[in-house]
Write a protein that binds this ligand. Sequence first.
Ligand code: SAM
Length: 243
Amino acid sequence: MRIDVITIFPGYLAPLREALLGRAIAAGLVDLDVHDLRDWTHDVHQAVDDAPYGGGPGMVMRPQVWGEALDAVLARDARTPRIVVPTPAGRPFTQATAQEWAGAERLLFACGRYEGIDQRVVDDARGRGLPVDEVSIGDYVLVGGEAAVLVMVEAVVRLLPGVLGNPASAEQDSFSDGLLEGPAYTRPETWRGLAVPEVLRSGNHAAIARWRRDRALERTAQRRPDLLAALPERALDKADRAF
Ligand code: SAM
């Protein structure tokens, strides 16, 4: 997968080269290219923003600079990317979005700052038939799109084949079956007077699977009843329906 990121703070994306993602890049599973938006400015101040039409506080990112930057970065690879524009006004980014994007050959992230990017940049790209996703990582407002890109890239890249040591761990994670994952334990058997649940030490695989499923259902019902309510009836077995 090729990932391009356009930002006015290229250094902000440095953590993408750490740990699991860094290893994925070193292994050639991900080709990451971070671009400085100011490379496409033409004035001495390298301005990327201007006052908003209609007045109001803050500044808006200029369409000319973004247009040139996108055209140039798009041309660096023959594959058409899915263009991702982080914005609090976007559709929510979820595990399903991460799974969908993990199947893409190329992703291009456009990091906004200030009051965001002039809307015509998205409209123009869509008008040219390019797939553009405006997405939000949550109902809160960040200073810029970079932190959102760190979150989204990490969620996508860990799903790529060969990135996780054990691919089964992604399959069992929260959200993959529509539920939150239940609690996990490791040695010692007892710590500060707290014992690991007996069933997990029983060696009875069917009982362990049932216990894990019950704890996942219980936790989801307590913490995210919206997820449980959204599960289709066919996703629940007879024992599940007690929750
Ligand atoms: N005026 C915008 C609004 O109210 O929708 C907020 C702009 S915010 C200060 C600046 C940039 O941060 C946005 O263009 C976007 O790139 C990023 N951003 C902020 N919150 C975000 C969120 N929840 N999800 C994704 N990106 C976000």
